[in-house]
Design a protein around this ligand. Structure first.
Ligand code: PHE
Length: 341
């Protein structure tokens, strides 16, 4: 077959051939346009022919190349490229509208915002502070004596350990209360929300981090009765208007007197169940009157001013309201869990 005859027969093939898939098109491309394909062979031959033939044959070669390329482009439009076909994505439709992937509020955000709403109605604002704190804001200013065993009440993750200049991941947001008392003008009515860290083995019931909302009210004449009324109001707003509370004496270095607040178990209504371990009550938060030493440490005169403080775990409230029985679910970002709220 002469060079011209070979070109003509390939051209005829290019015009007639039906490429039925991305794979077929790729095979065809390799056979004709590939490194060792027909086209390169023809060009090698082309170099050797007499100059007066070059114009004609050159034109025919170009025509062939264009015809082959058009066929391959056509197949690409119809089936996608072979590479996409290999990935099983040949029929992936880029123009299809997305599935319903609208995000969901995280359950802890929902609870936290409800807490903001409840306390916002009675004039509490929100204060923020760092997650990495120094010893003074975490312990000393909060009336933990140096070497006092109360510092071990919370298992601290230390970032730097050098005596009284320790730096740690905050174990509670009471450190933000200290910052607020030092920085903001009186009276103070504020919430201190945020993530806190404690060195605990991760299980369904404990995690090495969780979220708190603490609250602080400092003014002239703030009393324990105010504390009780505010917390009762909160419990009723959060858990329903029939909710009962009880305050049990407790101990925190930064409050005196201190208490822990329980609500009547929302599941058994106080009769006793697994959640309340048969007692009819579940613990919700810690609270107390701000210790005069703490006020003094922040430059507030304890003879003129008094205050109350409280602190709660957001996960705990979420567990009670949503009956989530594994703490780890809150931080795993499993959409099947998150989509339920
Ligand atoms: N800071 C305490 C804790 O993390 C909670 C608390 C805050 C208790 C304010 C009393 C008053 O456990």
């Amino acid at each position: 077959m002469s060079l011209k005859e070979r070109i003509d027969s390939l051209l005829e093939e290019a015009r007639k051939i039906k490429l039925a898939s991305a794979e077929e098109s790729e095979k065809y491309r390799i056979r004709i346009l590939g490194k060792k394909g027909e086209m390169n062979e023809l060009f090698e031959e082309f170099k050797k022919i007499q100059p007066e033939m070059k114009k004609n044959i050159g034109q025919a070669l170009n025509e062939l190349k264009t015809a082959v390329q058009e066929k391959i482009q056509q197949a690409k439009n119809d089936f996608g490229s072979a590479q996409q076909a290999d990935n099983g994505q040949a029929d992936f439709d880029m123009s299809r509208p997305v599935e319903d992937t609208v995000g969901h509020r995280h359950p802890l955000s929902l609870i936290r915002e409800e807490i903001y709403r409840i306390f916002g109605k009675i004039g509490f604002d929100i204060s923020d502070g760092p997650e990495i704190e120094d010893d003074w804001h975490l312990f000393t200013a909060l009336n933990f004596a140096p070497e006092h065993p109360a510092r071990d009440m919370q298992d601290t993750f230390f970032v730097e350990k050098n005596g009284l200049n320790d730096v740690a991941l905050r174990t509670h947001t009471s450190s933000v209360q200290i910052r607020t008392m030092k920085e903001k003008p009186l009276p103070i009515r504020t919430l201190c929300p945020g993530r806190v860290y404690r060195n605990e083995a991760v299980s369904a019931r404990a995690h090495c981090f969780f979220h708190q909302v603490e609250g602080l009210y400092v003014d002239k004449g703030v009393s324990y009765a105010d504390l009780r009324e505010v917390l009762l109001y909160f419990a009723k707003e959060m858990f329903g208007s029939k909710t009962e509370i009880r305050l049990r004496p407790s101990y925190f270095p930064f409050t005196e007197p201190s208490a822990e607040m329980d609500i009547a178990c929302s599941i058994c209504g106080g009769k006793g169940c697994q959640l309340c371990k048969g007692t009819g009550w579940v613990e919700i938060l810690g609270c107390g009157m701000v210790d005069p030493n703490v006020l003094e440490n922040c430059g507030i005169d304890p003879h003129t001013y008094s205050g109350f403080a409280f602190g709660m775990g957001v996960e705990r409230i979420a567990n009670l309201l949503y009956r989530v029985n594994d703490l780890r679910l809150f931080s795993e970002n499993d959409r099947r869990f998150l989509a339920q709220f």
